[in-house]
Ligand binder design. Sequence first.
Ligand SMILES: [Zn+2]
Length: 302
Amino acid sequence: MNKKVLLLILTSLICLFSTTACTRISTKNENKKELVLASFTVLADIIENIAKNDNFEVKSITKPGIEVHGYKPTPSDLINASEAFVFVDNGFGFEIWSEKFVSNLKVQRITIADDLDPIFISEDSYKGKPNPHAWISPKRGIHYVDIIVESLSELRPSKRELFEKNGEIYKNKLSTIDQDFSLFINNLGKESRYLVTCEGAFSYLAKDYGLKEVYLWPVNAESQITPRRMARTISLVKKKKVPAVFCESTVSNESQMVVVNETGTKFGGNLYVDSLSSDNGPANSYLAMLKHNLEIIKRGLD
Ligand SMILES: [Zn+2]
């Protein structure tokens, strides 16, 4: 007789004599959740929407508001990861730390970028490398959902129906955000279609909705601005009369304020990219983050 069968018989016997003990045993089993570990908060939130039920718990290695590219994992991150059944990261070089992090772990891995079409960075030392920030466009967010639904279903086939059902509901919400922003852009004068930010994190949004992207530095991991790029940005904002410029929540606005002071344009606000805000902030979920960003861009450019 194998151990499982023996345990089942013993449990049934206990249940016959004590309902309290029986309840205690079944509750303990039901509460055992499988851990899905994501590299950053945006991804963790998307996964939570897809996997939400009593069977799964989703955690993020990096916490809200933290700069993700150059994060240094702590010993407790490693302990957390060892309890997970799968580690999900973005890829495209976003998490500089993730290769080393997973190399010593016996955990399955889903890398979203493996199934995404990249946009390549065109300048500086990152030239030719894929831009990692694909989630910033709601259209690509829909791809993220499809990839996660399919990859999780392959690992846990009995939950496919749940993942697909949750995924459809979530994709509908993303489609609404996508349609709303498309409508705004279609009604926006061509001369106003500029998105000037600190980090070059908006390539996917710009490409998907027909905006011209201008930035002070290509990737946050290299947030040093060259005088040449600063001069070029100032000249463009002046020449094109760009109505507003923006910066990201995880970096200082200082450089962008130089552009504002030199050109007389307005500072449109802080956009969330690499990390969600804390629970009481304006971007406490991926959907809230997209809505917040697109609303700020709309208000700035309109
Ligand atoms: Zn970034």
